[in-house]
Each structure stands twice: as structure tokens, then as C-alpha cells.
Design a protein around this ligand. Structure first.
Ligand SMILES: [Zn+2]
Length: 252
């Protein structure tokens, strides 16, 4: 089996394990992975060197993604880290800045990008959408590509590269279309622009707050540390009904 069919087989297997057929878009990837035990944290990083990471902590794996990137970029990054989780989880951590296409990246990064493309945008899902919209035998226009991209829930750039890769548009169309402003195109079509914009979300597993409160109430961390940890998720520790531990000298 060639490298590219191997990665598409892995992406198909991954979908099957998640209970997804390969001809549908993936809805709410973040929640889906989280429900399967792979924790997804979204947080505004405040630096540009990385857009996502995969780490293991106390036996659990976490994907952390920069929510100052566009939502479409976040989706691709999370799928990329999921690829690392499936194939490279014996490595302690990955810190990545996935981009698609990815000329010049290390092999392991290119593999994760291939996986993300195959996982999010399987040929079957794209072709099904085209058939359902009466475009099976037609040329795909730029506006069709934007509507397809929105249906699949990825960035405009990602769908344009994928369409070209699958031979559904020409290389010249790809070159021209990636220069277009997706926000402008979506507005013309009356579509949402969420996928093209950062959402600066702070989304952490529910246990985050519980664990910090427990650590404070059992005297393992100071109030100041609890306060700092909860501030990161926009929660004021002073508003919580806390059981203060015996040593409470730093409570303000
Ligand atoms: Zn990576």
C-alpha cells in the first residue's frame, strides 16, 4: 500500500472508530474527541510560534489549540494533533504549527497534515455533497467551493487544496482561488463568516475548575494559585463557595 493510501486508510479507520461514515462532514470535532477521552483545550496562546500541541499528563492526552487562529485553522490543527495521537503517541509531546499544503515540513508533520486532510475531507464526503447539489458532472465554481467548505467545516484554503488534490478543480483554479478573500465570498453568498475568524475561546475540560478547587480545599495549593488558575478560564475564585483549608493566611 502506498504512503498516501495508507494514510487515507488510517483516516477511514479513525472515522469508523468514532462512529462516523466517510461521506459526511464532521460536526464539532472538539467535543467529539473530548467525549472519546482525548481532551481538547482551546485557549488564546498570545504567541505565534505554535498553533496547537499534543501532550500527555498523568496518563491522559491533551490537545491544546490556539483560539486566536481562525476557527477553520483550529479544526485543521486539532485533526493534525489527533493524527499524532493515533500514530505517534509514544513521543511525549508535539508542538505544531500545521499548515496545508506544507512543503518543507518534517516528515512526521507532513504525515499529520495528510491525515488531517483525509480525515476531515474524505473524497466520499466531497463527492456526496457535489451529487446532492447537482454538481456531480459539472465544473465546480468558486462559490460552490465556498458552500462546500462551509458544509464540511474547514478553512477555504484547505478545501481548495483538497479539491485540486482530488482532481475536482484545476491547478490554475487552485492558484487563483486561494488569493480570494473567503470573508467577502461568504458574505456575497449570505453565509456565516465564523470559520474565517478567531473566536478567542477559552474552553477547558469541566474537571479543570473542580481539580483546582479540590487542590485548594485540601490545602495543596494556595488561594493565590487557585485564583490565578481560575482567572485563566474567566472564573473569579472570590465568587465561589469555597471550603477554606486550615491554613488560610493568604486568603484575601
Ligand atoms: Zn504536528
Amino acid at each position: 500500500m502506498s504512503g498516501s493510501s495508507l494514510v487515507s486508510q488510517m483516516a477511514r479507520d479513525a472515522r469508523r472508530r468514532l462512529g462516523l461514515s466517510e461521506d459526511i462532514p464532521i460536526r464539532d470535532l472538539f467535543r467529539l474527541l473530548d467525549q472519546k477521552g482525548l481532551r481538547v483545550i482551546r485557549y488564546p496562546f498570545g504567541f505565534r510560534k505554535a498553533s496547537a500541541l499534543l501532550a500527555r499528563y498523568q496518563g491522559e492526552h491533551f490537545i491544546v489549540v490556539d483560539s486566536t487562529r481562525s476557527l477553520g485553522h483550529q479544526v485543521f490543527s486539532v485533526a493534525h494533533e489527533y493524527g499524532h495521537f493515533l500514530l505517534h503517541r509514544d513521543r511525549l509531546a508535539f508542538v505544531c504549527d500545521p499548515s496545508y499544503p506544507d512543503i518543507g515540513s518534517a516528515e512526521v508533520e507532513r504525515w499529520a497534515n495528510r491525515f488531517a486532510a483525509e480525515f476531515l475531507m474524505p473524497r466520499a464526503a466531497l463527492e456526496r455533497w457535489l451529487v446532492e447539489h447537482g454538481l456531480a458532472n459539472d465544473r465546480v465554481s468558486l462559490f460552490d467551493a465556498v458552500r462546500l467548505q462551509q458544509a464540511i467545516g474547514v478553512s477555504c484554503e484547505a478545501i481548495v487544496y483538497r479539491l485540486a488534490e482530488l482532481g475536482l478543480i484545476t491547478p490554475d483554479q487552485r492558484l487563483a482561488w486561494v488569493q480570494e478573500s473567503p470573508v467577502r465570498l461568504a458574505r456575497k453568498l449570505g453565509l456565516q463568516t465564523d470559520l474565517y475568524l478567531p473566536d478567542n475561546a477559552i474552553q477547558v475540560p469541566e474537571e479543570y475548575q473542580v481539580l483546582w478547587v479540590e487542590a485548594y480545599e485540601t490545602g495543596q495549593v494556595t488561594f493565590a494559585r487557585l485564583q490565578a488558575a481560575l482567572k485563566r478560564i474567566g472564573v473569579g475564585a472570590g465568587n465561589l463557595d469555597l471550603q477554606h483549608p486550615v491554613r488560610v493566611e493568604d486568603v484575601t
